[in-house]
Design a protein around this ligand. Structure first.
Ligand code: NIG
Ligand code: FE
Length: 404
């Protein structure tokens, strides 16, 4: 069915940003249309421009959206929403002086959430995840990456990947779910090493699940005391053989050459990057790999932010995501995170918006969205707001409204 929206106060098209592959962005690359109109059907945008130029054939039944702003669809390209329990006590312990690493050493952290996740049935976990995704969607986010990774034994990790596949069916087509296999998230205590866990659980499970075609990407926590270079290469080699795209938790707590590794495997994205090296930045700059920054995590852990400006100035393609999870960032509102982080990361307005729409979509291999242009996918977010600036100016206020 063909639909027309007319008299939008502003349409953010991001055409300029798209033409530059989401890099080296200037304020004018927002490519805003004032008093905009757009025509689309179920699969693509048919026309976009100023309301006064809307062809007569599309004027019948046009929906008047004065006082609204339309943007490319918000994308949260890094979340861990399938989990049991909570880590409120750990957050209090961190405020009182313990570090994330100290808490992990005493058996807390990811392994604590693993125990809490294993206590719940598949149905209970699915219901919790549906509630969390509804909350994320309520801010206007329409594409959401969801990672497994709190099962950490063969059966439970398998269950989590199947739950994410169910989430995808449940929310389609309104919300697109991207299923990331993160069985290599932490090493349970009953395995003698990370490579032992990898060879017993992660690799054979990936091999078993791959033929189901439900996994959209693999991911690994490449970090000291978690997974080594060799583990990461073993997982990525298998993923490449199975033709599954690659993502990585890279250079989060230490400088590990994670960004370089990501680039050498042509990863969709390298995420976190708080401790990325200059060489890592250079490698990303000349690659297709998106640098996904998770400033909410740095805020939540009280760590210095990733060197965003340095990366942007060297032509790195940067996305922003929430990293919503029970431990290192218990915040599900990527728009609020990006709004708060922009001034700290020294992002201009185009970098901010492109980071949570166009570049975040590219971090999921979704190259047909993130720009509002003829023939692109009709995936947008609608806000009841005077202008684009109002949306990020009022931190945390929810301007999102459903599409008519
Ligand atoms: O992205 N860094 C590894 N994984 C998560 C943390 C998960 C947790 O603490 O439960 C992250 O920050
Ligand atoms: Fe994460």
């Amino acid at each position: 069915m063909i639909k027309t929206y007319i008299h939008l106060n502003e349409i953010l098209t991001l055409q300029g940003a798209h033409d530059k592959d989401g890099r080296n962005l200037k304020p004018s690359d927002l490519s805003l249309i004032a008093d905009g109109a757009i025509v689309f059907d179920d699969s693509k945008i048919l026309w976009i421009g100023q309301s006064s130029d809307l062809p007569l054939e599309y004027r019948n039944n046009a929906i008047n959206l004065k006082d609204h702003v339309l943007t490319p669809e918000l994308v949260d390209s890094h979340t861990h929403v399938v989990f049991g329990g909570n880590r409120a006590q750990e957050y209090a312990d961190r405020l009182n002086g313990m570090s994330y690493e100290d808490i992990a050493k005493r058996g807390g952290g990811i392994l604590f959430t693993m125990t809490e996740t294993q206590k719940l049935t598949s149905d209970e976990l699915l219901k919790l995840a549906i509630t969390r995704i509804n909350s994320i969607h309520s801010y206007g986010v329409g594409t959401i990456e969801v990672k497994s990774g709190y099962g950490l034994d063969y059966q439970k990790e398998k269950e989590l990947t199947l739950i994410i596949a169910d989430l995808k069916k449940h929310f389609s087509p309104n919300v697109q779910i991207f299923n990331t296999f993160l069985a290599a998230h932490d090493v349970p205590r009953n395995f003698k090493s990370s490579s032992h866990y990898l060879s017993e659980v992660v690799l054979p499970l990936l091999q078993e699940l791959a033929p189901l075609k439900i996994i959209d990407a693999v991911d690994i926590f490449h970090e000291k005391n978690y997974f080594t270079d060799a583990d990461t290469r073993a997982l990525f080699n298998l993923a490449q053989n199975l033709e599954i795209p690659i993502k990585i938790h890279a250079d989060e707590l230490n400088t590990n050459r994670g960004a370089e590794l990501a680039v050498s495997y042509n990863a969709l994205s390298a995420d976190h990057l708080l401790k990325i090296s200059d060489e890592g930045i250079k490698a990303l700059a000349t690659s297709k790999t998106v640098a996904t920054l998770l400033p909410g995590t740095a805020f939540f852990l009280g760590k210095p932010l990733a060197p965003a400006r340095k990366m942007l100035d060297q032509n790195v393609k940067v996305a922003i995501a929430s990293d919503y999870n029970p431990g290192s960032c218990h915040c599900d509102n990527v728009l609020m995170i990006a709004s708060i982080a922009a001034a700290q990361l020294k992002l201009n307005q185009t970098e901010l918006w492109c980071g949570i729409t166009h570049n975040a979509a590219h971090a999921l291999g979704k190259f047909n969205q993130g720009v509002l242009a003829v023939a692109k996918a009709p995936r947008f977010s609608l806000f009841k707001a005077e202008s684009l600036s109002h949306i990020t100016y009022h931190w945390g206020k929810n301007f999102s409204v459903s599409l008519p």
